[in-house]
Design a protein around this ligand. Structure first.
Ligand code: UDP
Ligand code: MG
Length: 312
């Protein structure tokens, strides 16, 4: 089979029939399956899917709402096509872009082609502007030159989605997960974007806070996930050294003052004493975090998961 179209959906009942018809119109000439992942909808989306069910449709229904990443994870696991495409269910993404994305993967050798909603049809204040800032940061941190990291419309070589694990809310960073797994030929295609026709957006402004926190976590994991002590140990040593130098200074100053017979303040009267105390304690805590991190890393399942490209 050429394509698997994975569609996560949460309360998108009105959109689904139009979406399916639009996909069928756009993908003539391809063999494909459409995989709907109903993420615990409560608006009758599942009934609509059941009514549409034919040979080309597969569907998974969650018992409750887990989030877009969970839906994508199950969709990826189920996909059987050579190329896996993801798109939103709300008719904002156009399936007419898919053939060109597929061509880029097949002929230009991309591992992953991400859509770029160049003319974005969402609220400027709550979506478009924050999204620009967010994407700029994501580019700096991940080193992936995408304008629209979190675009729902993306196409992947099957290998990519079978070798990465989307979890939490990491659907925003699939290109970064792919890059960390060694799939670094990442392309971009400007895509048409529509206004939301039915229903309402499932993500509020908290997406940006969560997004930034997740970005920090991923950056940390990709650098130190397998060797946490290198991070915590280094900062621990630095902290400890700072505290140590301050302590030596306090003692030396006191001894010198004593020897000269000049007046001196009690050690506990000096601000430096407290700073030294905090620095020393922090240093020890960081080390402890490092040891704990090492124990977690050692017992983690993925500690020896490597991406092997080829064997001979
Ligand atoms: N979605 C989902 N589970 C959720 C939230 C959203 O499967 O918990 C789906 C949603 O139905 C849609 C896609 O993820 O197909 C993108 O969501 P939305 O259109 O609300 O995001 P926006 O376009 O506003 O960024
Ligand atoms: Mg949408």
């Amino acid at each position: 089979m050429d394509l698997s179209i994975v569609i996560p959906l949460y309360n998108e009942a009105e959109s689904l029939p139009e979406l399916k018809a639009w996909i069928d119109r756009s993908l003539t000439g391809f063999s494909y399956e459409v995989i709907f992942v109903d993420d615990g909808s409560t608006d009758g989306s599942w009934e609509v899917i059941k009514e549409m069910a034919d040979d080309g449709i597969r569907a998974i229904r969650f018992r409750r709402n887990y989030g877009k990443s969970a839906a994508l994870y199950e969709g990826f696991a189920a996909a059987q096509g050579d190329i896996v495409v993801t798109m939103d269910a709300d008719l904002q993404d156009s399936p007419e872009e898919i053939p060109e994305m597929v061509r880029m993967i097949r002929e230009e050798g991309y591992d992953l082609v991400s859509g770029w909603k160049k003319k974005r049809k969402d609220n400027a204040l709550t979506k478009n502007i924050p999204s620009k800032i967010y994407n700029w940061t994501a580019r700096r941190v991940t080193g992936i030159k995408l304008h629209d990291m979190n675009c729902g419309l993306k196409a992947y070589k099957a290998d990519v989605v079978k070798n990465i694990e989307v979890y939490g809310e990491m659907h925003r960073y699939i290109p970064y997960l792919a890059k960390n797994a060694g799939f670094d030929k990442i392309g971009e295609k400007p895509v048409q974007h529509q206004k939301r026709k039915y229903g309402k957006s499932k993500f509020g402004l908290d997406r940006f806070v969560h997004g930034m926190l997740d970005l920090m976590s991923l950056r940390f994991l990709s650098r130190f996930g397998r060797r946490p002590m290198h991070f915590f140990g280094t900062s621990g040593i630095l902290m400890f050294l700072v505290g140590f130098v301050m302590t030596v200074w306090i003692i030396a100053a006191k001894l010198v003052a004593q020897a000269n017979g000049s007046k001196f303040r009690a050690v506990t009267d000096q601000p430096l004493f407290y700073l030294a105390l905090v620095a020393l304690v922090l240093g020890v805590i960081l080390f402890l975090a490092g040891f704990l991190g090492e124990m977690i890393a050692r017992s983690s399942e993925g500690r020896n998961n490597y991406q092997i490209k080829e064997r001979l």
